[in-house]
Design a protein. Structure first.
Length: 419
């Protein structure tokens, strides 16, 4: 009996120990599951914030787009008014030409009639001369005939000269009209591109709305689905959202392209004190380079071309609020403010089709249309937009293509060197 009791107690102890081990394993699995879910929730929350920030930037871009469209419509109306005025001037010139042409034809006909009368019936002239009462009367009659012919010929020449001048004036007016028509066609094309961009921006906002709804739905369902499935959905949403945010950032450069079409920078006179050896100076002379130009392994960098993540500029780090200087003489083309992408940024257009962007500023110090000189402060360093800390994103583009800016800068580490 004792042996049986001991065996039973031993079995209970073993069973209890087994259950305790299973309970501990289950608790560990639950903790791991919770950690994964919390991580996914944080990722989804970050995605949600990025999507909403991108929407804000797109809405700001839409407002800028609308302002540009209104400006273009005003220019188109001005050009059309000039075309209408030139049409009226050309029509008036054509009427005057027709009147002059008829007068010239009339004078030519009179000369022909006079010449024919003298040729066909010269005796009638002789008779008229023979009827003269005196030598003076004869000379007067001969003079009158000469004067009549001479005046008619002079009038014809004057009218012909007037007609030539009028035709030259009409040609100049027609050339001016052709130029205005060409300008209107260019403005119409720019307006069409802005409207196309507007449609793309509105579609991007709608796409982001859908992603925001999907993200919120997945956040709500995290506690009732497996971590593996949640991670798969999160990764899918992340990829889709990255593409949308990249498109939102590209809209900045699309607007820059349209600005360039409407505003010719031309050749900018080199400012006093400009570097004689290098095109650019370092926009932050005391900075450290935290990220270089080119393909990146950072997930937060947007895709570009064939690369899933690409850094389109160089990142420079100085203390928060440090001055950011214009790398070259130029004209301020864009000044933007957003909580995503480039954050607060300034874009400067330079001679030769070069454009530089200064992103993640805490504030900008310039306005659109303002001329700036190399070394002039254009903003203060910050951490706005898609940023993980205070730094300056310095970007160079030539014909809308991102280019490594370092060959244009003084060699070596950032410095105040100009040369």
């Amino acid at each position: 009996m004792k042996a049986a009791l001991l065996a039973l107690l031993l079995a209970l102890v073993v069973l209890s120990a087994g259950r305790s081990g299973v309970s501990a394993d289950a608790q560990s699995d639950a903790q791991q599951q919770k950690a994964v879910i919390d991580q996914i929730r944080a990722q989804l929350g970050s995605n949600l914030a990025d999507a909403m920030a991108a929407q804000q930037q797109l809405r700001q871009s839409l407002q800028d787009n609308a302002a540009q469209q209104n400006d273009l419509r005003g220019k188109i109306a001005d050009v059309q008014a000039k075309i209408t005025a030139l049409d009226e001037q050309i029509a008036d010139a054509q009427r005057r030409e027709a009147i002059l042409a008829r007068r010239i034809d009339a004078e030519r006909a009179q000369l022909h009639q006079l010449a024919r009368a003298i040729y066909v019936a010269p005796t009638s002239v002789l008779v008229m001369l023979g009827e003269s009462q005196s030598l003076t009367d004869l000379l007067t009659r001969i003079s009158d005939l000469g004067v009549a012919g001479s005046r008619s010929a002079e009038l014809k020449r004057a009218l012909t000269d007037d007609l030539t001048e009028l035709q030259g004036q009409r040609k100049r007016e027609q050339d001016a009209r052709d130029e205005q028509v060409k300008q209107r066609e260019q403005l119409d094309s720019q307006l069409s591109q802005l409207q196309s961009l507007e449609a793309q921006q509105e579609k991007a906002i709608a796409d982001l709305d859908e992603k925001i709804s999907q993200t919120r739905y997945e956040i709500a369902r995290l506690n009732v689905q497996s971590a593996q499935l949640a991670q798969q959905i999160t990764d899918m949403l992340q990829q889709q959202q990255d593409a949308i945010i990249a498109a939102a950032m590209q809209s900045v450069w699309t607007q820059m392209q349209l600005w360039s079409q409407s505003n010719s920078v031309g050749q900018i006179q080199v400012s006093t004190g400009h570097s004689t050896k290098y095109r650019f100076i370092w926009p932050e002379p005391q900075a450290q380079i935290s990220q270089s130009f080119g393909p990146s392994t950072y997930w937060f960098e947007p895709p570009y071309g064939a690369y899933p993540h690409f850094h389109t500029g160089i990142d420079l780090v100085e203390p928060f609020g440090s001055a950011v200087f214009a790398a070259d003489d130029g004209v301020v083309a864009l000044v933007g403010a957003s909580s995503s992408g480039y954050g607060n940024y300034v874009v400067i257009a330079h001679s030769g089709g070069l454009d530089t962007l200064y992103g993640h500023l805490s504030t900008s110090l310039v306005k659109v249309g303002q001329s700036v000189t190399q070394g002039q402060p254009v903003g203060l360093e910050g951490s706005s937009g898609n940023s993980t800390g205070a730094h300056l994103h310095f970007e160079l583009r030539i014909n809308q293509k991102p280019i490594d800016p370092t060959p244009y800068l003084p060699p070596g580490a950032p410095s105040p060197f100009k040369g």
